[in-house]
Design a protein around this ligand. Structure first.
Ligand SMILES: NC(=O)c1ccc[n+]([C@@H]2O[C@H](COP(=O)([O-])OP(=O)(O)OC[C@H]3O[C@@H](n4cnc5c(N)ncnc54)[C@H](OP(=O)(O)O)[C@@H]3O)[C@@H](O)[C@H]2O)c1
Length: 247
């Protein structure tokens, strides 16, 4: 039977590239997102291999609804890729109320949403053989490329901690758990609006001399979900063209 992979944020950017790679290799993918238009575009492009479910992963009610729908047709899940995430400015210039509002939004999706997805998927994940991959960020190590990344960096560092603890919890049950921490990945919903000057400055700091592509992340993600990666768990894999090494 085809492998079944759930991909949050799988209708755009990195998540979409992962979905496409997995479908190319015969997986059925279940894409979770909030934007109906993007979800329908995925369904239209891949009517045979792609299921889409509209839901907000920051909502525990939506998470329960998502898994009720999934379990109707898919009693066993092979892979969960937590790619949904975003940034909202949190810095010391904001009022306390503004800072709290943005902090709570970012943590609710990037960290709590990934946690809830993992807890629910563990109930129906293949054992042995299941895989959970969290899409973290270089920002977990650097604090972000500029000011304003307080909540984002904390959420992604938290996601790395979640990866370690889930790996401790689930590896003995045959499920590996790893993070991929991308550097600068161009042309995603996250980076498309970066000003040109900012992009040039980033590129000048990347030893391999180019921006990352969503495919760079999809390729390593596919490997981590393969049988060949069954001895890798609790790792944070940096994929950033050398932007971080040596620190
Ligand atoms: N691009 C980079 O340079 C970079 C670098 C490091 C880490 N990352 C991480 O990579 C991941 C993917 O980002 P991307 O660059 O591919 O950006 P993207 O194209 O904006 O993808 C993010 C996806 O997350 C979904 N999403 C956000 N909040 C959600 C929620 N509450 N519930 C359900 N879906 C939600 C969005 O779908 P809807 O609009 O449908 O909600 C969107 O499809 C993120 O976790 C990001 O932090 C990206």
């Amino acid at each position: 039977m085809n492998k079944v992979s759930i991909i949050t944020g799988g209708a755009s950017g990195i998540g979409k590239a992962i979905a496409e790679k997995f479908m190319e290799y015969g997986h059925t993918v279940i894409v979770i997102g909030r934007d109906e238009k993007k979800l329908m575009a995925m369904k239209d492009a891949y009517p045979n291999n792609c299921e889409v479910i509209k839901g907000n992963i920051a909502s525990s009610d939506d998470i329960k609804k998502i898994f009720r729908i999934i379990s109707l047709n898919y009693p066993v899940i092979d892979n969960l890729i937590n790619s949904a995430g975003f940034n909202m400015t949190v810095n010391t210039e904001l009022t306390f109320e503004e800072a709290m509002l943005n902090w709570n939004s970012v943590i609710a999706t990037n960290l709590t949403g990934s946690f809830m997805m993992a807890i629910k998927v563990a109930e129906i994940m293949k054992r042995p053989g299941g895989r959970i991959i969290n899409i973290s960020s270089i920002g977990a190590f650097t604090g972000g490329i500029a000011t304003g990344g307080i909540a984002y960096a904390a959420s992604k560092a938290g996601l790395n901690g979640l990866t370690f603890s889930l790996a401790r919890e689930l590896s003995s049950k045959g499920i590996t758990v790893n993070s991929i921490a991308p550097g600068f990945i161009e042309q995603t919903g996250f980076t498309a609006s970066f000003p040109k000057e900012k992009t040039s400055e980033i590129l000048s700091q990347i030893p391999v001399g180019r921006a990352g592509k969503s495919k760079d992340i999809a390729d390593i993600c596919y490997f981590l979900c393969s049988e060949e990666a069954s001895y890798i768990t609790g790792e944070i894999i940096n994929v950033n063209g050398g932007w971080l090494f040596g620190r």
